[in-house]
Design a protein around this ligand. Sequence first.
Ligand code: ADP
Ligand code: MG
Length: 412
Amino acid sequence: MTSPLVAPAAEEAPIVIAVENVSKRFIIHQDKSIKDRLLHPNRTRKHAEDFWALRDLSINIDAGNTIGLIGPNGSGKSTLLKVIGGILAPTSGRVLHRGRIAALLELGAGFHQDLTGRENVYLNASILGVSKEETDARFDEIVEFSGIEKFIDTQVKFYSSGMYVRLAFSVAVHCNPDILLVDEVLAVGDEPFQNKCLNKIREFQEEGRTIIMVTHNLSQVTDFCTRALVLGQGNVIYDGAPDDAVAILREGFRTIEEASVVRERLERERAREEEAANRHALGKITDIRTMPSRTPMHPGDDLEVEVDLEVARDFERWNLGISLTNGLKQMVLMTTTSRANPNYEPINAGQHTIRFALPGLILPRGEYTVSAAFFDETHFEVHRLDDAGAFLAETDDRSAGMQYTPAAVTVS
Ligand code: ADP
Ligand code: MG
């Protein structure tokens, strides 16, 4: 059973829940088939089967965390919450906790059907260790939050599931718990109430309380949780970043082995992204300027393009490309330092200006922009700046299209 935790050594974020080698076995009694009963009439009608809903789980939870507990149906989420909440005893192992736990588990759990809402508030609060005087003091607030004032003196057996949840959540959060356990029940409430609950959960987070929530709404996990556990067949198949946990679940992985394949892939992807980010940090195109020999440009005019580049290290081999794009987003011309000058020099860390001379351009009329990209020795694109330097080209309209030429005509 759940018992108080001994004082931790750590100063910051003490462990508030310690699940130690917890296993939970259910014994499932199944009726034998008619055939079995005919063949073996003397044996008992039922046969019992062991079912391990939780298999040797060890989890430490630090104060102030919001843990998302996710996994397919039957993976053991509710069982784990009940064991943490002390509602179920583990078959082996133990759970230690520090502080007051309020649990919002199955629908109607902790509610007595024949009692009214009001009586259940007192009953529930007392189970959570709140005195009658304290409950008196908070009663109005509890009822107001629940929004079921009109039914507070009705027996709860006449409540809808939404009304149950409203009252149960309200009692749970007004009992000043250090640890709040919430099973999927929240989904039963209507949207305004769900939002109200989520706001309350945010408030709890800010106050440094610890929350464990089971939800099938995976965006709640990424939005609210600081850590997520994915359960599969009674095992923790993933424990870590909510984004990764959700990715693992979305891809339908159910075993530790399957999840570890995804985890490794996610780790590789992250390592690649990190490496790319490091490489992207090595160079930056800070400006592109275009200097036509005349404004607007006319066919045959020259264009000079200046690209300001800042690099964080020396580059023995490098390449910088520019492209001219017309108003239809079509690339009309591109060149690179290596095309324009195969013998260009290495560059040192620092600021550089790379000048391209583009003489005698024959461009159709229109607006153009220039993009530039800087590549390292492995042709990795370190940085690019799109559609920066803009300029206009003008023609005498003797031709139109992707090319311009001063078309002439004779008729004979
Ligand atoms: P989840 O909440 O992830 O859907 P549960 O923790 O409710 O899963 O259940 C885990 C497994 O344990 C399921 O296969 C369920 O059928 C079984 N189980 C849960 N409670 C009992 C019980 N009281 N008796 C027998 N089996 C149970
Ligand atoms: Mg469940």
